[in-house]
Design a protein around this ligand. Structure first.
Ligand SMILES: Nc1nc2c(ncn2[C@@H]2O[C@H](COP(=O)(O)OP(=O)(O)O)[C@@H](O)[C@H]2O)c(=O)[nH]1
Ligand SMILES: [Mg+2]
Length: 299
């Protein structure tokens, strides 16, 4: 699209689904496509991950039509990480291809299933530039950043997740929702040192540092951990929404999705969800419906 016509495209809305490999991005896109489809919204899922194979969702646009990771690795003798970075740079150099493909789905709600390389979200520019180009084409996107809830079970890992989440928020520069994924597995992952809301609200991290200091290995790193949590607290940006993508509480309660979607604040309060706040369905992780309502200012 020429520079002059960039701003004249109709507005389009959607989510870029980002996060480390295996955090559940493709599964989320599938669940969200199904949920939004049931409430009557036309959805186009755009696969931007050249490493994705056998996608469970119906794919509107697939980067593998432009470039495949296998070809790049074979022809350029690159490993999987370098190959993926190359694919993203290739996408960036071929905006026209993306624009043409997306244009066929105008009026749809877009879900971008992104690759999992963490450096793409913390310091590499290719994907960030793709998002910026989409904004120029009048896409209004929110970043849904998935993090495996497994990391809550280890305070050391949780601090590193907080750091990557913060640097992703600052680098990607989109309205941003951090999500703890795979909440159906949290009990199997082991006992949490704190209540779940401690990990979602991310308020007083000094308890985390104290807890780590009780571990003989981490005791030596107390000052480092204290400084890291100080940075996270100073920015005061990171929080998480716990999501169970596999359970739809509204279905369990016998509600039709469409009715649930349109239902009023009162109904949501009956379901144990506080309107407009990151809360849970009666102490449980959000289902996709509740998640969509709770994060409506972003998504
Ligand atoms: N139990 C459970 N497994 C999940 C969930 N989300 C993803 N998975 C599994 O985790 C693995 C990686 O998921 P995938 O969506 O491919 O992750 P991606 O690499 O971020 O796209 C797959 O085996 C999924 O079936 C979830 O919410 N609950
Ligand atoms: Mg995937």
């Amino acid at each position: 699209m020429s520079e002059s016509s960039e701003g004249s495209s109709p507005l389009a809305f959607g989510q870029v689904v980002i996060g480390p490999p295996g955090s559940g991005k493709t599964t989320y896109c599938h669940g969200m496509q199904e949920f939004l489809g049931r409430v009557g919204r036309a959805v186009a899922v755009v696969n931007l991950d050249p490493a994705n194979e056998g996608m469970p969702y119906s794919c509107a646009v697939d980067i593998s039509e432009l470039i495949t990771l296998t070809d790049v690795m074979e022809n350029l003798k690159l490993g999987p990480n370098g190959g993926l970075i190359y694919c993203m740079e290739y996408l960036e150099a071929n905006f026209d291809w993306l624009q043409e493909k997306l244009a066929a789905f105008r009026g749809h709600y877009y879900l971008f299933d992104c690759p999992g390389q963490v450096e793409l979200y913390t310091h590499h520019d290719a994907l960030k530039n793709v998002f910026a180009q989409l904004a120029k084409w009048n896409f209004r996107l929110a970043a849904v950043h998935l993090v495996d809830s497994h990391y809550c079970t280890d305070p050391g890992k949780f601090i590193s997740v907080l750091c990557t989440s913060l640097s992703t928020m600052l680098h990607v520069e989109l309205p941003h929702v951090n999500v703890l994924s795979k909440m159906d597995l949290i009990e199997q992952y082991g006992k949490l040192a704190f209540n779940l809301d401690y990990y979602t609200e991310v308020l007083d991290l000094s308890y985390l540092v104290d807890h780590l200091a009780s571990d003989p290995f981490f005791r030596n790193y107390r000052r480092l951990n204290a400084k890291l949590v100080e940075v996270i607290e100073d920015y005061s940006l990171v929080s998480f929404v716990p999501l169970n993508v596999q359970v739809m509480w509204w279905e369990e309660r016998g509600r039709e999705g469409r009715e649930c979607w349109r239902s009023s604040q009162d109904v949501w309060e009956q379901l144990g969800c506080t309107w407009g706040k990151y809360t849970f369905c009666k102490g449980h992780p959000c289902c996709l419906c509740c998640f969509s309502i709770c994060t409506q200012n972003w998504l």
